[in-house]
Design a protein. Structure first.
Length: 238
């Protein structure tokens, strides 16, 4: 079995590394409204709050380690005979820590962006509203994160990969946020086999050809091992 594989990963992949999803009770997201910390208007209204929120997320991500699911996807990328394109909605950098390369459609916590001139540079561990852009020197530094209402990064490249992949998999995603929620339909239209790996079924589960339901650290390594041994179609689907 061969052919390009495109894999979309979401927050559910990193949950077992201790990084909470939007819906986890008691986590960082539960303490703030999305409108306050993940929108351009929220940043304009209270940049100090937004920086404090992402400083905390950046520290959590720096301390987190990849789990068995991250490791399995890195192994697949290294051993599969064709391309394995990881497209991630996650901003934590755990794919890279596991030894993989990924397209970060929502940015990454280790990056800083100038809201005035679009210059990018490595983010310090702590950012403040007073931080100046090293290029234009404007006090307009923000996390290099795609917020709600903004256009995700690398969409042209992602679309091209979806149009010529043999397998499309979505792992740990809610299926509620577009444009990522539409990737399965785009890949299927181009003839790809589609598979969902998730803790629970989602609103778009019916769009997939097959499903693996359970914790990512269990189902992702088993799926990867089956692909690498040529037995993906023999793996029991739920």
């Amino acid at each position: 079995m061969s052919g390009k594989i495109v894999i979309l990963t979401g927050a559910g992949l990193s949950a077992e590394s201790g990084l909470g999803t939007f819906r986890d009770e008691g986590g960082l997201w539960a303490q703030h409204r999305i409108e306050d910390v993940a929108t351009p208007k929220g940043f304009a209204r209270d940049p100090r709050l937004v920086h404090a929120f992402y400083n905390a997320r950046r520290q959590q991500a720096a301390e987190a380690t990849p789990n068995a699911a991250h490791d399995a996807l890195a192994r697949l990328q290294q051993r599969w005979p064709d391309e394995v394109i990881l497209v991630t909605q996650n901003v934590d950098g755990l794919h890279e820590k596991a030894g993989a390369t990924a397209i970060h459609m929502h940015g990454i916590l280790t990056g800083a962006l100038c809201a005035a001139c679009d210059h990018r540079w490595p983010a310090p561990s702590e950012m403040t509203p007073q931080d100046m852009c090293p290029h234009c020197h404007a006090p307009a530094a923000r996390p290099d994160i795609v917020w709600f209402g903004e256009i995700p990064y690398h969409m042209e490249a992602i679309d091209k990969h979806l149009q010529d992949c043999a397998i499309f998999a979505a792992i740990g995603t809610s299926g509620q946020v577009y444009p990522a929620a539409g990737f399965v339909a785009e890949a299927a239209q181009s003839g790809a086999e589609t598979v969902e790996l998730n803790l629970d079924r989602t609103e778009i589960s019916r769009a997939f050809d097959s499903h693996h339901i359970g914790p990512a650290t269990d189902i992702v390594p088993r799926w990867v091992d089956s692909l690498l041994t040529g037995g993906a179609r023999r793996l029991p689907f739920v």
